[in-house]
Design a binder for this molecule. Structure first.
Ligand code: GDP
Length: 609
């Protein structure tokens, strides 16, 4: 039984609605709009929210959304058919009104709705049921215990296991056939054996194929002398002793460059405002890459777009995205979402399929990269200051991605904006980590000497050496900052591989006990599928190990080494898509000023060219 059926315009006007209970469904429908339709995740037409399952169909010609909601425990096999039929019925009945753009009127649809629903329920009843077989009928009765013991050499037969999916059953139920049953048992046994082998390890979401993981070992730092790295001369950690007064000649040119909000990443070419932006950006690519888009030239549409007509374009675009370092799985989902969004849309006479698909994908990508909420760290710091407490940000990520370097850049930006900072050295594992931060602290203070700031030391380091509990050090640092009226605490944590459970547990503890205002994940722009794996697992570990009903997971991303990737900017998309969290900072080099804010349009431009 359906609980809710609603037809609304993409602009949010409800055209018609049916409810079989007095329950309030707006939170679930709003969640569907917010988390799926507005976030370009419409590749899959089912969305679960609390105890409800919501299924939807988009009408891209009239910009409508058809939604049904029913209790998740129910297995309603007719919902897909019902959505199709009711959609057609509504279109047929009100074609003229919809063409005239009349969305606000009294649609007398109840009789038609009841009829379509009744027909679909009848249809579902007439469908052949999956019969439960008696034990005697089943192959299991013929099995002996001995036959169920796994032996070597069985692997071959397992490889040929296939599950037959009955396409008529809309919920994707597995059709049981006597022949298939043996295979299913074999498959389940294989799964059990696999589970036992990986006992103790938490099962994590499936991921797309990727190159074998290599344990990251921190490489010795090579700081360039002169040029862009003048403010950070070679760091000789071996001779670095507490209390050293280094001979630092700060690059005064840097001072004052980072006041105010972080500058945007630069757009490579002049912004083109015309609708043809996509085509224009496609043309140079076509020339350069031997005509990547030229194959679409013949695909000129005049009728409604179909999945079939879009497929060649979507496949090409998917490969193009993967080539730009977007994780394969995400490239696939993005293209599916574009197909759902466009299916049924009628093209203008001069619109080609390729142009429309590409423009829609471009739009979706900009949407994904645009922050869903306000991120204004300076304002939040001021707000915390007014409350008489320090603003706290924790940095996490795997080894060598640039946590400490970018923490130092963010620190520079903060002191440029007159915020005093305490760096909490909570990487108590890696030899040299504390000294690295101490060196940064000295250089940063040299750039902003106390005199310029009314006798305040702008940056201080809170460290307790190595081997201690990081969560405890962070807590002491926050207390110290609170007592000393320091505005911001930046917590540097040890780099850790996403699969290292004890270290991930320790990170979750640090975050849980210290409740920072912002948990920043630092990730390299160089990685493709690996970025998704890291983020998913960091988020998952923070949720799993926090033992809280409302765990604090990643709030934002620092995307580093953006200067090293040319136009392979796909990691930005993968990271924001997977977390829904914004890229707050982009690291673009090895000086304190190489810190930028993400410019969604610039990134998408580089991605699509
Ligand atoms: P951590 O182990 O995550 O703290 O990594 P580090 O901060 O020590 O950085 C590792 C290496 O990456 C260092 O050589 C940094 O100079 C370099 N690095 C960090 N951020 C950037 C960046 O935005 N661009 C470039 N080109 N290199 C960077």
């Amino acid at each position: 039984m359906l609980d809710l059926f609603s037809i609304f315009s993409k602009g949010g006007i409800v055209l018609w609605c049916f409810q079989s209970t007095s329950e309030i469904f707006s939170p679930s429908v709003n969640a569907l709009i917010r988390s799926v339709i507005l976030q370009e995740r419409t590749g899959n037409n089912t969305f679960n929210h609390n105890a409800l399952s919501l299924q939807y169909k988009l009408d891209n010609e009239f910009e409508l959304v058809f939604v049904v909601a029913y209790q998740r425990i129910l297995q309603l096999s007719y919902v897909d058919k019902f959505l199709n039929d009711v959609h057609l019925e509504f279109r047929d009945k009100y074609k003229n009104e919809l063409q005239g753009g009349r969305h606000i009127m009294d649609f007398d649809f109840k009789t038609s709705f009841d009829k379509v629903l009744r027909d679909c329920e009848k249809w579902a009843k007439s469908q052949p049921k999956i019969q439960m077989r008696s034990f005697e009928d089943s192959q299991k009765s013929k099995k002996t215990v001995a036959s169920m013991i796994e032996r070597k050499g069985e692997e071959k037969s397992k490889k040929s296991v296939k599950i037959v999916e009955n396409k008529n059953l809309t919920n994707g139920k597995v059709e049981e056939s006597p022949e298939a049953e043996d295979d299913v048992i074999a498959l389940n046994r294989a799964k059990l054996a696999q589970k036992l082998a990986s006992k103790g390890k938490k099962e994590l979401p499936k991921k797309s194929p990727k190159s074998p993981k290599v344990e990251r070992v921190k490489q010795p730092r090579v700081w360039e002398l002169g040029g862009g790295a003048r403010d950070l001369p070679n760091l000789d950690r071996g001779t670095d002793r507490p209390g050293d007064t280094p001979d630092i000649t700060p690059d005064t040119q840097l001072i004052g460059q980072m006041t105010g909000a972080i500058r945007d990443l630069e757009v490579e070419s002049e912004e083109s405002s015309s609708e043809d932006e996509v085509e224009q950006s496609a043309q140079p690519a076509a020339k350069k890459s031997g005509g990547m888009f030229s194959i679409f030239k013949g695909l000129v549409g005049s009728k409604a777009l179909t999945e079939e007509s879009m497929r060649p374009v979507l496949d090409k675009l998917q490969d193009h995205l993967i080539g730009k370092n977007v994780a394969a799985d995400i490239a696939n989902k993005l293209c599916d979402s574009v197909a759902t969004k466009l299916e049924g849309k009628v093209l203008g006479t001069f619109d080609s399929v390729a142009k429309t698909v590409k423009a829609t994908l471009t739009e979706s990508l900009v949407q994904i990269l645009s922050p869903k909420r306000r991120v204004d760290i300076l304002r939040d710091c001021m707000h915390a200051k007014e409350q008489g407490r320090p603003y706290v940000a924790a940095f996490c990520g795997v080894n060598g991605v640039g946590k400490s370097t970018n923490l130092a850049k963010i620190c520079f930006w903060l002191i440029e904006n007159d915020m005093s900072v305490l760096i909490a050295a909570c990487d108590t594992f890696r030899a040299g980590a504390v000294e690295q931060l101490r060196t940064h602290t000295r250089h940063l203070n040299a750039l902003h000497p106390e005199a310029r700031h009314h006798g305040r030391k702008m940056v201080q380091l809170y460290e307790k050496g190595y081997g201690k509990d990081a969560a405890g050090i962070a807590m002491e640092a926050i207390r110290y900052a609170n007592d000393s009226k320091i505005d911001v605490v930046l917590i540097d944590t040890a780099g850790r591989m996403q699969d290292n459970e004890p270290l991930m547990r320790a990170l979750a503890k640090l975050i849980k006990v210290n409740e920072p205002d912002m948990v920043l994940f630092v990730g390299e722009a160089l990685v493709g599928n690996e970025a998704v794996d890291q983020l998913v697992k960091f988020n998952q570990a923070l949720a799993d190990h926090s033992s809280s009903t409302n765990p604090h997971v990643i709030d934002g991303i620092v995307l580093t080494k953006f200067d090293t990737i040319d136009d392979k900017v796909g990691a930005a998309i993968s990271m924001t898509y997977i977390t829904g969290q914004p890229i707050v900072f982009v690291g673009t080099g090895q000086t304190y000023t190489d810190l930028k804010a993400l410019n969604a349009k610039a990134v998408v431009h580089a991605l699509m060219k």
